[in-house]
Design a binder for this molecule. Structure first.
Ligand SMILES: [Zn+2]
Length: 175
């Protein structure tokens, strides 16, 4: 357990709590606050036990709140995607921005939105491309790079998957 709290391992959130004798505060394993001295720490498996022992919930990691940190993380991820879709983004960049591991981000994002960060980003890009196709005279190729796709073949493939037609067909539909 000590190793998990030193690693701020979120996989163990909710499975045990870290209580600090000197401050009378308890935390999630993943809490990013300064780590207590090992001798001052005791571990609890049950949140009721740690409360009854007189510890108060940490304001930073909010161990008593079940979901809000996850929702905050998902919102932060979506905001980042919306603001950076034009750039080349890999999962690691997104994970670095929100401060968690790529594995954890993908799992949590999927759990909350039923999408991966990648498919969510593809939707943003295709929606922007669709808008540019009907509102500008830019070529397919210009739009492909404008919205952040790195290759035309990927752009055409993803566009067709989400819109059930090619970019050119989509543009023609509007004329
Ligand atoms: Zn904490």
């Amino acid at each position: 357990m000590w190793e998990k709290i030193i690693a701020c391992d979120r996989k163990y959130d909710g499975l045990f709590y870290t209580a600090v004798k000197t401050t009378k505060i308890y935390c999630r394993p993943s809490c990013r606050s300064r780590k207590p001295k090992k001798t001052n720490v005791s571990f609890y498996l049950d949140i009721n036990e740690v409360e009854q022992a007189g510890f108060r919930a940490c304001k930073r990691c909010q161990p008593e709140v079940e979901h809000s940190p996850h929702i905050g993380l998902v919102r932060k991820t979506i905001t980042f995607l919306v603001n950076h879709y034009k750039q080349q983004l890999v999962l690691q960049d997104i994970a670095d921005h929100v401060g968690v591991s790529p594995y954890y981000l993908e799992r949590l994002f999927k759990q909350e939105t039923a999408e991966t960060p990648r498919t969510y980003l593809e939707k943003i890009r295709v929606d922007k491309a669709a808008y540019l196709l009907i509102s500008t005279d830019q070529t397919n190729l210009e739009i492909c790079y404008e919205v952040g796709f790195q290759s035309p073949s990927n752009f055409y493939r993803v566009f067709r998957r989400l819109k059930s037609c090619s970019p050119s067909e989509y543009r023609d539909l509007d004329r």
